[in-house]
Design a protein around this ligand. Sequence first.
Ligand SMILES: *Cc1c(COP(=O)(O)O)cnc(C)c1O
Length: 470
Amino acid sequence: MADDPDDVFSRAHHHALAFRRGLDDGPQRPTADYRVMLDRFAQALPDAGQPGPAVIDDLMARIRPGLAAMVGRRFFGWVMGASHPVGVAADWMVSAFGQNAGNHVASPASAAAEAVTAGWLLDLLSLPREASVGFVTGATVANFVCLAAARKAVLRTADWDVEADGLFGAPPITVLIGADAHATVFSALQFLGLGSNRVLRLPTDAQGRIRPADFAERAKAISGPSIVILQAGQISTGAFDPFAELIPAAKAAGAWVHVDGAFGLWARAAPNYAALTHGIEGADSWATDGHKWLQTPYDLGFAIVRDAEAHRRAMTIAASYLPAVAESERDPSHYVPELSRRARGLPAYAMIRHLGRKGIADMVERHCRLAARLADRLRQEEGIAIVNDVVLNQVAVRFGAGLADETADELTRRTIAALQAGGVAFAGGAQWRGRWIMRLSVISFPTTEADIDRAADAIIAAWRPIRDAA
Ligand SMILES: *Cc1c(COP(=O)(O)O)cnc(C)c1O
C-alpha cells in the first residue's frame, strides 16, 4: 500500500495541533486508566492492512483519553519538561530523515550537529571543555554510562581491565552515596555489577544533603578503587550536596566523583542560581537530562565525562565494518551503549539554538521564582506546611500540619486526589522521610505567574473542604 507521505504526515500534524490546543482547558490527568486503554486498543491482530491516514486517525481516536497534559502549563507532576514545539519539530525531522546516527561516516550531519551541541552544552553548564558527552535516553542511562566510565577508570588504577576481564576476581570498588539519591542511580549500580545494596549509604540532613562531617568520617575508610556519588537537585526538595566541601575531600581520598544532576545541573546555566552548584566542576562525571529543563521531547539525556578516554573505552563497540576507534573522528556511538540510534543531538541543537544562553537562564530563573511564589501562597493557608527549603523549582507540601502523622498522611493523599480530580492543575504524591507529601515541580516552559496563581487557588480549594471536614 503506497500512501502519499503528505497524507500521513499531515494527519499527524493535524492531531498534534489539536491535542496541544485542547490542553489548557482540558483535564490534566488521563480520563481513562490503563485497563480502559487496554480495552480501547484491544483487537485481533489484523490480517489485512489499512491505509496510512486511517491508521493515524484511528490511533488518535483511541489514544486521547489515556494521555496526560504533560506538555501543559499547569502540570507539576514528577519532574517533567514540556516538549517544546521547536524540539518536537526537530524530532519529527529526525524521524523523517531516518538517519542511523551511530557514526560520522554514515550520517555526517547527525554526528556534526551532535559534536557542536556537546560543546555548547559544556559551555552552558560551565563544565570542563575537554569532557566528552554521550547523548542517551535520559538521566538513568546517563548515570549508567558515567558510572561505567568510573568503573573502568578506578579499576585501571588497580591494573584491572574490567572491559576485558569482567568483575570476577576484580579488586572491590568502594561506592559512597547519599541516602536520598535518586532510585535510578541505584539501578545504574545494579546494571554495572556494583550492587545496589553493597554501597555505603551516607546519612543526609533534613533536605537530603550529605553532611561534610559524616562524609569526612567515612572517607577515612576509603582505600583502593572508589566512587563517590553526589546529587544536584534532590527529587523532592531540590537540594544540592555541598560540592565545594565534598568533592575536594573525595578527590583527596582518590575517588572518582560522579554527580547526578538530572534537572539540578541546569541551575548552572542561570546566573542567580549557579552558586548552588559551586564546586561541581571538580567532579569527574555528570548526568543530566534534555527532556527535563531543556524542554526537548522524550527521550534525551547527557552523560558527561571529564576523562573522555575512559568514557570511550567503557562504551566502545568494535567491529571490522566500523571505523577504527583510535583514529576515528567523534562517533556518537562511542559514548553511548547503542550502535544504531536516532539523531538525538538534533532536538538538543534546536532547543539551544532557539532559546539561546539567555533564554535558558531566564527560563530556569523564572521557574525557580514561580516555585517560591507557589510556596509562599500555600504556606499562608491554615493547615498547609512547606516541607522543603525552596531553593530551586521543587515544592514539597504537607496538609494537616500539626496533626498526627497518620492523619496528615491521609489528608495529604486526599488533597492530592481532589486536586487531580478537579482538573485545573496536576501534582502527584511522594514520600519524604516516610511521610506523604504533595510534590510540585515547576519546570514547563509555558508556565506563567497566572498559572501558578490558578494552581495555588486550586490546591487551596481542594484542601479547604478536606480540612473543614477533618
Ligand atoms: C528524573 C531523574 C532521574 C532519572 O532520569 P530519567 O530521565 O527519568 O531517566 C535521575 N535522577 C534525578 C535526580 C532525576 O530527577
